[in-house]
Design a protein around this ligand. Structure first.
Ligand code: DON
Length: 339
């Protein structure tokens, strides 16, 4: 069931549901209105293709574990998923190699550094965590397949399970990053030097750039986040997207590392696992309840969407989503939505 600002296109049944659960949709509409005119931040341009995006695009979507989707703004335009992909690739690497092995290659410590810092743990020589670029490249290098095509197909099939439709790679963004991604190439060489990734680093980098260049829209991201909130099951299609055993691994690193050098402040103020990407997306997961996605390409200095952070902060406050909020929030998720 879809709820959206576009009232004309709604069928009678969705109107009935909205009448039971008006507060979330109305709150999303208000938030969209409130932050639409906020022009702070800048679009990412270190991947040349990303600088071509319309900076005014802005959408907010919430998907519940019951498969209800609430959406407002530009929720249909596609954009590349970028770093949000790291969350899902980590799940696939855990399924392919198991927790113990993955931990020998990638740590789970926040860095307090930028997402593209060229830094490894001094003692173990592992990248710090799978949410920063170095850790994500090492993670992607663990994805199994007999050749590059099979590895890419397995990755695309993973996205299909989370989203509920086939996805494709934006070739212009992929080639744009591949021809300019020298920092990432430097990290891959450093990790090869310390045995943290095996040979064929160009193949690992290509797969990482492809995973980042997969096209999604804001609604897709909300459903993907909702699958993480729903023990790994896509709540719209009912398909198991990732083994439920690894949900706690994924959400833990999202919580501590997903927002990079803003992760501590995010955890303190907003208090739910999240992940951002330089194309302007943010996902946040409220376990057992819902997935939240915001898309707005204007970024702050840490690479997080300015409007995205504001919207998540307000949603967390309004519905008491902070995981450690003992006062208990006003959010009451019923079969038909929110009260
Ligand atoms: O590796 C990169 O630089 C990009 N493909 C992804 C970076 C990213 O999205 C960081 N997020 N805020």
């Amino acid at each position: 069931m879809v709820h959206s600002e576009n009232r004309e296109s709604e069928n009678i049944e969705s109107k009935k549901i909205e009448s039971v659960a008006p507060s979330l949709q109305l709150f999303l509409d208000d938030l969209h209105c409130k932050y639409k005119s906020l022009g702070d931040g800048a679009v990412a341009n270190y991947i040349p293709e990303l600088s071509k995006v319309n900076p005014d695009l802005f959408s907010i979507c919430v998907a519940t574990v019951d498969g209800e989707v609430y959406q407002v703004g530009d929720f249909n335009p596609l954009f590349t998923i970028q770093s949000i992909s790291k969350v899902f690739a980590y799940g696939l690497a855990l399924e392919d190699c198991g927790r113990d092995y993955v931990l020998t290659r990638i740590g789970v410590e926040p860095t307090g550094d930028a997402f593209n810092a060229i830094i490894l743990d001094e003692q173990s020589k592992r990248p710090y965590n799978p949410m920063v670029n170095a850790g994500a490249i090492a993670t992607t290098s663990l994805i199994k397949g007999k050749n590059a095509t099979e590895r890419l197909n397995r990755l695309l099939d993973m996205y299909r399970r989370y989203i509920g439709r086939d996805v494709f790679v934006d070739i212009s963004v992929f080639t744009s990053e591949r021809s300019t991604g020298h920092r990432n190439r430097a990290m891959a060489h450093l990790m090869l030097n310390f045995g943290m990734i095996d040979g064929h680093i160009e193949e690992a980098l290509d797969l990482y750039f492809q995973q980042c260049a997969v096209m999604v829209n804001c609604r897709d991201l909300a459903v993907m986040a909702a699958a993480l909130a729903n023990k790994g099951v896509n709540p719209v299609t009912g398909e198991q997207a990732v083994d439920s055993r690894y949900i706690k691994d994924i959400l833990s690193v999202m919580y501590t590392c997903g927002m990079y050098n803003f992760a501590g402040e995010w955890a303190y103020k907003i208090g739910i696992p999240a992940k951002s990407g330089v194309s302007g997306g943010i996902i946040a997961v409220v376990p057992g309840k819902m997935g939240i996605a915001v898309f707005s390409p204007l970024l702050d200095s840490r690479g997080n969407s300015v409007r995205g952070v504001k919207v998540c902060e307000e949603l967390s406050q309004k519905f008491g989503l902070h995981m450690f909020d003992c006062a208990g929030g006003s959010l009451n998720l019923t079969k038909n939505g929110f009260n």
